[in-house]
Design a protein around this ligand. Structure first.
Ligand SMILES: CC(C)(COP(=O)(O)OP(=O)(O)OC[C@H]1O[C@@H](n2cnc3c(N)ncnc32)[C@H](O)[C@@H]1OP(=O)(O)O)[C@@H](O)C(=O)NCCC(=O)NCCS
Length: 339
């Protein structure tokens, strides 16, 4: 799917972010499996990640981010009419984490649902919210991207457990006079599904003593194939969207790629021709936070002063599905980020 904005101005008017308190360093992981800080750092760029406490579920991590976004936008929860939570680690299969969050926040007028598109979830959710606002169905949307992948990780599997971390970000979208999203490019290739999946717990392989004993409730990944996909798609999706919007890559002020691996980001940035100082990288501190990755990176860019009003921001996500999604937005938020 590809398209440009149809004349309605829908920007991000509030941004919030939150990560769990507990920091887990590479050295700590090296105490659990056969790995080293040096291997993790050189292969991924990750130094540390945040890990949710045993009693912390997704909604607990999303709540401060959601409240921060509402505060930054100056919007009451009761004025939100659409609440989407992009995630693959919902509190439970149902009810949706979005419905749980809406209740806690007091967003009683909101349609609320979860959206599953792997690490691309936040990009898909942005596009959906944009469509509902531009179409006149929604007036104020709260889009949350968050995951607690630490809960789905096999802590004995060194090929996956070093990569992921927990975190969430949230944005408020409203119709205003100027600025906002210029366009989106989204896609999925289900043939690549087996490269990144979690076998059990759904209707294909319901939970049983056997699925638990065989470790089917943990993330499985073909790292090399995902790496190849990621390096290709981050470039092609962004290029297609820039072409569709008639925007030259030199005009992109801030590039916010999915934070999976610094080598993937570096490859995409070089191929696209975006200078490193315009590229947001925080994978070193958070690892891959899945749907939390892009909003957490946006929050960092606002905090460090790189993301200012009037600037053009290119974001691209990719992940399980396999899925991908890019968005181009003119940043309109004047204030900083509330977390
Ligand atoms: C996972 C990833 C970091 C592995 O890096 P790589 O350079 O491709 O490494 P390889 O897979 O070639 O593995 C090299 C060796 O390191 C080993 N290895 C894997 N994980 C290791 C770890 N944590 N510590 C030490 N060694 C490890 C492998 O077993 C392999 O050993 P072998 O050669 O004896 O078989 C990389 O493929 C990657 O980032 N893929 C994308 C993953 C991703 O982003 N997923 C989420 C998408 S949303």
């Amino acid at each position: 799917m590809i398209g440009t904005a149809n004349g309605y101005h829908v920007p991000i008017t509030g941004l919030g972010a939150h990560v769990p308190e507990r920091v887990v360093t590479n050295d700590e992981l090296a105490g659990l499996v056969d790995t080293t800080d040096e291997w993790i750092l050189t292969r991924t760029g990750i130094r540390e990640r945040r890990v949710a406490a045993p009693e912390e579920a997704l909604s607990d991590v999303c709540l401060p981010a959601a409240r921060g976004a509402l505060r930054a936008a100056g919007v009451e929860a009761g004025a939100i009419d659409l609440l989407i939570v992009a995630t693959v680690t919902a509190d439970m299969a149902f009810p949706s984490t979005a419905a749980i969050l809406a209740d806690i926040l007091g967003a009683h007028e909101a349609a609320a649902y979860d959206l599953s598109a792997g690490c691309t979830g936040f990009m898909y959710a942005l596009a959906q919210a944009y469509g509902m606002l531009a179409g006149g169905l929604s007036r104020r949307a709260l889009v949350v991207g968050g995951d607690v992948l630490s809960k789905l990780m096999d802590w004995h599997d060194r090929s996956t457990m070093v990569l992921f971390g927990d975190g969430a970000g949230a944005v408020v979208l409203e119709r205003v006079e100027r600025g906002g999203f210029l366009g989106f490019e989204l896609g999925a290739d289900g043939s690549g599904g087996p490269d990144l999946y979690l076998p059990a717990g759904g209707s294909r392989e319901p939970a049983s003593a056997q699925t638990v004993a065989e470790g089917h409730h943990y993330i499985r990944m073909n790292g090399r194939e995902v790496f190849k996909f990621a390096t290709r798609i981050l470039v092609s999706s962004a290029q297609q969207l820039l072409d569709e919007c008639g925007v030259a890559v030199e005009d992109v002020d801030v590039y916010v790629p999915h934070q999976a691996n610094v080598r993937i980001i570096e490859h995409a940035r070089r191929k696209l021709g975006i200078p490193s100082e315009r590229t947001v990288v925080n994978v070193d501190r958070y690892g891959n936070t899945s749907s939390g990755s892009i909003p957490l990176a946006l929050a960092d860019a606002v905090k460090d002063g790189r993301l200012k009003q009037g600037e053009l921001v290119l974001m691209t996500g990719m992940g399980a599905g396999l899925t991908w999604g890019s968005a181009l937005i003119e940043w309109t938020q004047e204030e900083g980020v509330a977390a």
